[in-house]
Design a protein around this ligand. Structure first.
Ligand code: SAM
Length: 308
């Protein structure tokens, strides 16, 4: 992680075309042509439940040429500490018109995920066989590199070869996901405007058990203030962990934070993102394999009614 972090001075400065070439024009090109950024086929509100049936009816996601109507493109989902990216791969076909970014501090994982997404994009363009070979190559090459690192997350490595139910690959659906290297504890408001995000995922975060390391926890009162800033009213934070102590810590802070309210478990049953949150990440699969407990809590960003 010695590579310096690259971040924009404010969200308008970020050139999203590097991550989502189907949806954004490069800043340089925009300046020359004066044209606006590309737009998704429809706002993410149109993304409903992703049942197999509705996926089949919907067919492939927006193509570059079809993608020029309605609202301006912007990232709406963020996976904080996305690791190997299993969540994004699972969500991509469920919300085909929503742009989602995985944010990860470890360079090796970001490189791996970017290549994984590139391979998936090739796969959707009909290069299935060739890309499948490359996909395997990319995986084993990166797995070896990751195995050589002295990092705890390496344990989940065999998961890379396991496409479980929620990680089923669906052609035509991977232009809307991307990975970026960022320290989420420092630069989130540099990338996202106030109220931009409708979903934020904090899945199996590092527990940082020692008291002096608690400040590195991804959920803290300070960080919740930033999350509340970048999230829109009605947006949802999904949090899941196998560490009861971390769960209790996080729930306590979320419960006490005035701009988030807990969503009752009953309400979550109809949320199509929930099975992915529980089952699709590499860490989540590892927990399941080890027959560990998973503790889930989701919170809605509520309106800020404070007036001076
Ligand atoms: N969410 C993934 C999953 O469920 O498989 C990964 C879980 S892993 C235990 C936690 C990840 O968060 C690690 O990959 C770690 O590098 C990343 N992370 C920790 N602190 C971070 C930070 N401040 N900014 C971005 N990523 C961070």
């Amino acid at each position: 992680n010695d590579v310096p972090l690259d971040y924009p001075i404010n969200p308008d400065e970020e050139d999203w075309s590097k991550l989502f070439p189907t949806y954004f024009r490069p800043h340089t090109e925009e300046a020359q042509t004066g044209s606006d950024i590309k737009r998704p086929l429809s706002p993410s509100a149109a993304d409903g439940a992703g049942s197999a049936e509705s996926l089949a009816k919907r067919g492939p996601a927006a193509t570059p040429t079809a993608a020029l109507e309605q609202v301006p493109a912007q990232v709406e989902f963020a996976d904080i500490g996305c690791g190997y990216g299993g969540l994004l791969v699972a969500l991509a076909p469920l919300y085909p018109n929503t742009l989602m970014v995985g944010m990860e501090i470890r360079t090796k994982l970001v490189d791996y995920l970017q290549q994984r997404i590139e391979a998936l994009r090739g796969f959707q363009q009909g290069l299935l066989l060739r890309k499948n070979v490359e996909w395997v190559d990319v995986r084993s090459k990166i797995s070896q590199e990751i195995a050589a690192l002295d990092q705890p997350a390496v344990e989940g490595e065999e998961d890379l070869h396991d496409n479980g139910e929620t990680n089923r690959l669906v052609p035509g659906h991977y232009e809307n996901i991307a990975a970026m290297r960022i320290n989420c504890q420092k630069y989130l408001p540099n990338f996202f405007k106030k109220g931009q995000l409708s979903k934020m995922f904090i899945l199996f975060a590092d527990p940082h058990f020692k008291r002096r390391k608690h400040k590195a926890r991804i959920i803290s009162t300070t960080m919740l203030a930033e999350y509340a800033y970048v999230m829109r009213t009605g947006g949802i934070i999904y949090m899941i962990t196998d560490v009861k102590d971390l769960y209790d810590w996080s729930v306590k802070r979320l419960d006490n934070f005035p701009l988030f309210e807990r969503i009752p478990d009953e309400e979550l049953k109809s949320d199509p993102a929930i099975p992915c949150v529980i089952n699709s990440t590499e860490e989540g699969k590892k927990v399941a394999r080890n027959k560990g407990q998973k503790y889930l809590a989701c919170y809605r960003r509520i309106e800020d009614t404070f007036k001076d």
